[in-house]
Structures are given as structure tokens and as C-alpha cells.
Design a protein around this ligand. Structure first.
Ligand code: NAP
Length: 335
């Protein structure tokens, strides 16, 4: 039986750019027993999310920054191995904001139960977890896709984008994914059933997008920002919707990114752009899980994870894989 808990702490604010290893400290802390009303989770997988880059900056955001000296914030999933909580027993599988560590103590707040008979553990921080809920509410509530419309999604082969595109297909839309490289584009059309895919690294984004969207674009699910947003704006149809989910191209920017050059399209085409944060639908998460898990069980929703090994020590390098596009599917770290 282990007596220590290996954790990854934030010890320094990173300067702009890719996060270097010296902002992190990997430490062994004494393994704590749960107190009254608490339980302890033995973590199986830590979710690696682009948002982590923002959580460690000391700037105004939708959540306070991770404090210096604190265990890094993360969604994680695992199994309860000790409990003094009336509603949670040893052996229950749960997910929540448990942090980048091997074991977490919780009082049950904001914790979700996980049904391992429906999907393997890592999927509950991926397509059936936070990225899946984001895709579900962001597309359906803000994108409001209608049958026959054209939906474009960027970072399309990733955790959120792959689910967005498949839900849009289920709603009867023409779906076009934007992704980096021929292999990811092939995955979108051959495996996920997208109608077309555009490789933004091929250097022909505007023309390729036009060819893929002959009737223009009604919904653009924004994950990236920058030049991709500018190219899409030029092809948006009147009264189009743009849920702004993420702007990953700017997360490691070393100088202020330029604003959208084609903002005038918002005016001329009367577009709606709305930022979305998954927490906005916190009280409706069971609805998303119900539909996502049903589609998955019926074979209508394919979900893939990119599981990395190396445990807590590998967290710093694993995080940076998201920003070079080296992940193929939802990036998770096996603990
Ligand atoms: N608002 C919310 O509540 C919420 C929740 C979850 C996620 N998000 C956002 O959703 C987006 C996708 O997150 P995810 O978890 O699904 O990650 P992901 O798509 O699985 O992985 C990130 C992908 O972003 C692409 N990328 C990285 N740097 C890029 C750049 N400079 N230009 C263009 N593409 C780049 C890469 O794909 P390619 O190889 O195709 O370039 C990479 O594989 C992120 O912006 C994230 O912040 C928002």
C-alpha cells in the first residue's frame, strides 16, 4: 500500500510562450486519509486540456488562476479507495476536478459518477466528459444547427471538434472539419463521416474552404482563432452563428495577436458570435451525458483518446503536445 501521493505543483508563473518545465515541481506528499464526509480517489487518468495554459496565467478569466504552490488543476477520473462519505463507497468510479496527482481527497462537490459498463474510464474525461459536454451545449444551444445547413468546426479531429462534427451530422447538416495535416483530414472523412475536411497547413485555406462549402457557412464552431477565423468569416452566410469555444492559436503567443481582420462580416452578414464556457450548463450535464452515451452505444458517435504514459512526471511535456497538434484525439495521461 502506497504511503505517498505524487503531485505536480505550479511553482512559477510562466512567461508567454510554451510552458517550460521550471514552472512545475513534482513532489511526493504524505498520502492523506479522508476526514469526516470525505473520500479518497485513486486517479486513473488525468485529462490534458488546452485551458490549462490559461489557468496558470495571473489574468482575469472565467476561473481564478491556479495559485503558486498549489497542485495543478485538472479534470481526472479514478476509483474511490477510502471513504467516510455517506453517498460514495469504496470501488465507485468518479470524475471531477481532482488535480494532477495520484490521489485526491474530495467532499463530493462537483463530482460525477462514472459508469464503466458504458465506456472505459479514460472516455469519461473525453467524449463523455467535459469536452463532450462542451461540444454538445456549444453546438446545440449556441450554434443551433438546422438540417441542411453547413457547419464548419476547427481543431476538428480533437476532443471537442470531433464530437461537434458528429453531432452536427446527426442533426442533418453538411459538416466540414478544419485540421492540421492530411492524416487528420483523412480521419475526419473516412472514420468520422464528415462531408469534407480542409488541411489548414496546406497553404490554401480560403480556396479549399470555399470548395468544401459551396453554399457558404451557417455555423462555425470556433476552437482556434487567428487566420482560420478570418478565412471563415469571409464565407459566413447571413444570420450565421459562431460559438467561440477556444482560441488555441493564441494561447502561447509571445506578442499580442492581431484582432480579426474581417470583423466587418459580423456586421454585413448580421452574425452572432458568442463565447461559451462549459460551466454555463453545469446543471444540465446529465442531459449531455445521456445523449452522448446513447449515441456512442448506438455506434453513431465515435470517440478516441490519445493515452500517454509516464505518470505525473510526464505532465509538463504532455501538456505541450496539444499546441504542436501531436495529439490524435482526446489527450489523457495515465497515472
Ligand atoms: N469553452 C470551453 O468551455 C472549452 C472547453 C473545452 C475546450 N475548449 C477549447 O476547445 C479547443 C479544443 O480543445 P480540445 O480539448 O478539443 O483540444 P484538441 O482539439 O484535442 O487538441 C488541440 C488541437 O488544437 C490544434 N492546434 C493547436 N495549436 C494550433 C494552432 N496554432 N493553430 C491551429 N490549430 C492548433 C491542434 O490540432 P491540429 O493538428 O488540427 O492543428 C491540436 O491537436 C481549445 O481551444 C480549448 O481551449 C473550450
Amino acid at each position: 500500500m502506497a504511503t505517498t501521493n505524487r503531485v505536480c505543483k505550479l511553482v512559477k508563473r510562466p512567461p508567454p510562450g510554451l510552458v517550460q518545465r521550471d514552472v512545475w515541481a513534482i513532489e511526493d506528499l504524505p498520502l492523506r486519509e479522508p476526514g469526516p464526509g470525505e473520500f479518497r480517489v485513486k486517479i486513473g487518468y488525468v485529462s490534458i486540456d488546452p485551458a490549462m495554459r490559461g489557468w496558470i496565467n495571473d489574468s482575469k478569466s472565467y476561473v481564478p488562476p491556479v495559485g503558486l504552490g498549489e497542485v495543478m488543476r485538472s479534470y481526472s477520473v479514478g476509483t474511490i479507495d477510502a471513504s467516510n462519505h455517506p453517498d460514495y463507497k469504496v470501488g465507485d468510479a468518479v470524475q471531477g476536478l481532482f488535480g494532477v496527482q495520484q490521489n485526491a481527497i474530495s467532499n463530493g462537490q462537483n463530482v460525477g459518477r462514472v459508469d464503466l459498463s458504458k465506456a472505459p474510464m479514460q472516455r469519461w474525461v473525453g467524449g463523455l466528459g467535459m469536452p463532450g459536454w462542451t461540444a454538445y451545449f456549444g453546438l446545440l444551444e449556441v450554434g443551433q444547427p438546422k438540417s441542411g445547413e453547413t457547419v464548419v468546426v476547427s481543431a476538428a479531429s480533437g476532443a471537442v471538434g470531433s464530437i461537434v462534427g458528429q453531432i452536427a451530422k446527426l442533426k442533418g447538416c453538411r459538416v466540414v472539419g478544419i485540421a492540421g495535416g492530411a492524416e487528420k483530414c483523412r480521419f475526419l472523412t473516412n472514420e468520422l463521416g464528415f462531408d469534407a475536411a480542409v488541411d489548414y497547413k496546406a497553404g490554401n485555406l480560403g480556396a479549399d474552404l470555399k470548395a468544401a462549402c459551396p453554399k457558404g457557412i451557417d455555423v462555425y464552431f470556433e476552437n482556434v482563432g487567428g487566420e482560420i477565423l478570418d478565412a471563415v468569416l469571409l464565407q459566413m452566410n447571413t444570420f450565421g452563428r459562431i460559438p467561440v469555444c477556444g482560441l488555441i492559436s493564441a494561447y502561447n503567443a509571445t506578442r499580442m495577436p492581431e484582432g480579426p481582420k474581417n470583423l466587418r462580416c459580423v456586421l454585413t452578414q448580421r452574425l452572432t458570435m458568442r463565447g461559451i464556457i462549459v460551466f454555463d450548463w453545469a446543471n444540465r450535464i446529465p442531459e449531455a451525458i445521456r445523449d452522448l452515451a446513447t449515441w456512442h452505444a448506438e455506434g453513431k458517435l465515435k470517440i478516441r483518446e490519445d493515452v500517454r504514459k509516464g505518470g505525473i512526471d510526464a505532465y509538463p511535456e504532455t501538456l505541450n503536445l496539444l499546441f504542436s497538434g501531436e495529439n490524435n484525439g482526446k489527450l489523457v495521461l495515465a497515472v
